[in-house]
Ligand binder design. Structure first.
Ligand code: NAD
Ligand code: UGA
Length: 456
């Protein structure tokens, strides 16, 4: 095996593959990076000015690397690149299985397996194959088995290099990661990949582990983060019942350096494409290894999340029914600074409100309205409408429900908006960003998650 990586291919041009490869190309001008994807429209978008992923700073990096040492090509044209690659990242989706053994919990590895078959078919030389996607522990066994069936005589080393970036801060996370994790069995392969990251990451931040620890660490890290959000959300309900303030409680707990302040912001529940799917994958693994106690423990983290979404939607629905039954929803993305709404709490909350007969006026500065509409269960598609403008969205609404913490919502002029809403309108701040005194002075009743009872 070559000890130096000069030619990288990444299969999967999604939220992880695109930004990660752009940063590698930017930081490693001596390495050629090719990203391939079976979705030709996505590749075309990466080659255009309208990138398929919105992340702060991404467009500038793509602009300076694309055509230099970064290129995006459709998979149909990818065979020659695979044959030439020293290292191939697999960065495709690993969603929850919808059918077969483990449906509803286990990760669907069919996309990963098809990548492994594609590599086995086209790779020629010694190649390092890198799991960038989040995998269940021991998934590398399956990849190795498929790779060894290749007819070209290519030899392979499989590494696990899970990605820890968060959406909305992807470029910052990639450029200054807390840690890079490389799990593997072959020291030369591990060090070849470490040398790529060492172009900009200090060696002390590059953690080397065994394959199985790396795979499991990724699932465990996401589970720990999700567990913190569920913990503070469980406390938020108790705060509302007792007049304690959830931000004060989080501040006090987080001031203990053993606990820390991050991931203690109460909310309408966590969303995103990974926390739920990775918790489900972890639960499935526990059950597979007959560890029913741990499985129930992690299931509890998910259950609190569902409960939080349901109870906040129910409060807003109850209040809106007293007025004209119209709710303005501000924010559809699962967090700010991303256009991603996969598993966004907004989906379940909107659907619960629609089922209760509430009419919705929806607004988000980045989320594609047509795509979001497909997630709503409303046969006649008549119970909701999208508005590009916040003022239009709140016009006539009896309740305003804030579901994403976009900066624009934190800086709203409530006096101006009060002239547009229905009389006695209430704000349900699911993100704890509204300046309550200003909103109350403008005449709004205000509910903030974890701070007092809902208005009635
Ligand atoms: P994504 O859905 O945005 O992108 C995956 C891409 O892979 C798609 O464009 C799809 O067309 C392509 N693809 C699937 N199968 C393919 C195949 N056989 N050949 C070629 N292309 C194929 O997914 P994502 O959000 O980038 O996540 C990818 C992986 O990274 C997942 O395992 C996820 O859990 C993990 N992850 C995601 C994030 C995140 O913030 N989104 C962060 C860390 C880890
Ligand atoms: C998360 C992890 O933070 C990343 O490290 C990981 O790589 C990624 O999952 C992944 O594997 O996909 P992401 O889902 O993009 O990243 O975003 P987070 O910042 O973790 O937020 C997840 C959800 O939790 C969001 O809905 C967010 O609003 C919510 N959240 C987060 C809270 O409600 N409160 C908090 O204090 C923090």
């Amino acid at each position: 095996m070559k000890g130096r990586i000069r030619d990288i291919v990444c299969i999967g041009a999604g939220y992880v593959g695109g930004p990660t490869m752009a940063v590698i190309a930017d930081r490693c001008p001596d390495i050629s990076v090719t990203v391939i994807d079976m979705n030709e429209a996505r590749i075309a978008a990466w080659n255009s000015d309208a990138l398929p992923v919105y992340e702060l700073g991404l467009a500038e990096i793509v602009r300076r690397t694309r055509g230099r040492n970064l290129r995006f090509i459709p998979q149909a044209e990818g065979a020659a690149s695979i044959a030439q690659a020293d290292a191939i990242f697999i960065s495709v989706n690993t969603p929850t299985k919808t059918q077969g053994e483990g449906a509803g919990k286990a990760s669907d590895l069919s996309y990963v397996e098809s990548c492994a078959r594609y590599i086995a078919e086209h790779a020629t030389g010694p190649t390092i194959v890198i799991e960038k996607s989040t995998m269940p522990v021991r998934a590398a066994d399956t990849i190795k088995r498929i790779l060894s069936s290749g007819k070209n005589g290519g030899s392979f080393h499989v590494l696990s290099n899970p990605e820890f970036l968060a959406e909305g801060t992807a470029i910052r996370d990639l450029e200054k990661p807390d840690r890079v994790l490389i799990g593997g069995e072959n020291v030369t392969a591990i060090e070849a990949l470490a040398a790529v990251y060492r172009h900009w990451v200090p060696d002390a931040a590059i953690l080397r582990t065994g394959l199985w620890s790396a795979e499991l660490s990724k699932l465990a890290a996401n589970a720990f983060l999700a567990q913190r959000v569920s913990s503070i959300n469980a406390i938020s309900a108790l705060c509302e019942a007792t007049e304690a303030d959830v931000d004060e409680v989080a501040g006090v707990c987080g001031a203990d350096t053993r606990i820390g302040l991050k991931f203690l912001k109460a909310s309408i529940g966590f969303g995103g494409s990974c926390f739920k799917k990775d918790l489900l994958s972890l639960i499935y693994l526990c059950e597979f290894y007959q560890l029913s106690g741990p499985a129930a423990y992690w299931q509890g983290v998910l259950d609190i999340n569902e409960w939080q979404k349901r109870r906040i939607a129910a409060m807003a629905a109850e209040y809106a029914k007293l007025g004209g039954g119209v709710v303005a929803i501000l924010g559809l993305a699962f967090k700010k600074n991303t256009n991603d709404f996969r598993e966004s709490p907004a989906i379940d909350i909107c659907n619960q409100l629609l089922a209760a007969g509430i009419r919705l006026r929806l607004q988000d500065e980045r989320v594609d309205a047509g795509d979001f509409a497909k997630t709503l269960v409303d046969e006649r598609k008549a119970g909701f409408a999208f508005f590009p403008d916040i003022g239009q969205a709140v016009s006539g609404a009896g309740a305003i429900l804030i579901l994403t913490e976009w900066d624009a919502y934190a800086a709203l002029d409530w006096t101006a908006l009060a002239r547009l809403t229905a009389k006695d309108a209430a704000i349900f701040d699911g993100r704890g960003i509204v300046r309550r005194a200003a909103a109350q002075a403008a005449g709004f009743k205000v509910f903030t998650v974890g701070k007092g009872q809902a208005p009635n």
